[in-house]
Design a protein around this ligand. Structure first.
Ligand code: SF4
Ligand code: MG
Length: 301
């Protein structure tokens, strides 16, 4: 008589990165945010980031919940203030890899000034923006990213004010890395997320994701799966495309790809250069001393 093999249940590679005690999550069926988290966890595996040095900061909204679900040091901050909070973390401890993970409403509306000024200063942050074209959690109001002719809770007869083209906005402000993918492009998205861990300076990834409960329903655009079919059919990969040419419209073409990858001195580099110029040997770079390993032989130590 043969002995039955015990059932072997393989652990999903993503699971160790999640606070499983907080499952089930609050996201609606067909929502795109979970897919982005899956890609992010895979990027963490591939990039071999030291998880002890990783911090995730979220603002308020459906995407803001990501910080609470990730099993790393994370901070769920106030509305629109993820970037200033993250900036404080990075400047106080430059060794940290600081990721801002939030939605389009949080990052580009109430947090819009923080977004452009962090890009201008080239703060070394990795900003992941899930763009579902509306405020999700608060009831589907019009956001700065909502395209024309869209029905929202605050524009029941359709939107008419021009929307932000986020890649163009952050490039113009000074971002070093700018990419856009949809949640259909899971491989490319995970690779982009991996790339920003090797990048110094302000990095920004926009992810187009469906909100079936509010955006798709009110605009009779189907379910989450219909959104994926649309992303597949309407997306064109154009790496290096001028960001002025990647604006989004309702139901129109979606240009995706890596648009910007450049090098600029970051905020701390600029600050150190200025302090050395102004103070010479009297400037003691305490942050640099903390960043260096003990055996470092640089003159600062
Ligand atoms: Fe996702 Fe929209 Fe539901 Fe929020 S309201 S969890 S964005 S589907
Ligand atoms: Mg949103």
């Amino acid at each position: 008589m043969s002995v039955a093999e015990p059932n072997v249940v393989e652990v999903n590679v993503v699971e160790p990165f999640l606070r499983m005690d907080r499952m089930p999550h609050i996201w609606c069926p067909g929502c795109g945010i979970g897919t982005t988290v899956n890609c992010f966890a895979r990027a963490l595996v591939e990039s071999k980031v030291n998880l002890d040095n990783l911090c995730i900061v979220s603002g308020i909204g459906c995407t803001g919940r990501v910080a609470g679900y990730m099993n790393v040091d994370s901070f769920h901050t106030t509305h629109g203030r993820a970037i200033p909070f993250a900036t404080g973390l990075k400047l106080a401890n430059p060794k940290l890899e600081v990721v801002v993970y939030s939605g389009d409403g949080d990052l580009s509306a109430i947090g819009g000034n923080h977004l452009i000024h962090a890009a201008r200063r080239n703060i070394d942050l990795k900003v992941i923006c899930v763009n579902n074209f509306i405020y999700g959690m608060t009831g589907g109001q019009t956001a700065p990213t909502t395209p024309d002719h869209v029905v929202t809770s605050t524009n029941p007869y359709g939107t008419f004010d021009p929307n932000f083209n986020l890649p163009q906005l952050v490039e113009a402000a000074g971002a070093c890395y700018v990419a856009r993918w949809t949640v259909f492009h899971v491989k490319q998205l995970a690779r982009s997320m991996e790339e920003i861990f090797a990048k110094k300076g302000f990095s920004f990834i926009e992810i187009i994701a469906p909100c079936p409960t509010l955006y798709l329903r009110r605009n009779r655009m189907g379910e989450g799966l219909d959104a994926l079919k649309y992303y597949k059919q309407a997306s064109k990969i154009k790496n290096g495309a001028p960001t002025a040419e990647v604006a989004l419209t309702k139901g129109g073409e979606i240009i995706v790809g890596k648009f910007v990858d450049r090098v600029r001195p970051d905020y701390l580099d600029l600050m150190r250069a200025q302090m050395h110029e102004a103070l010479g040997d009297r400037y003691v770079d305490t942050l640099h001393m903390e960043e260096c390993e003990e055996e470092c032989a640089c003159p600062q130590n």
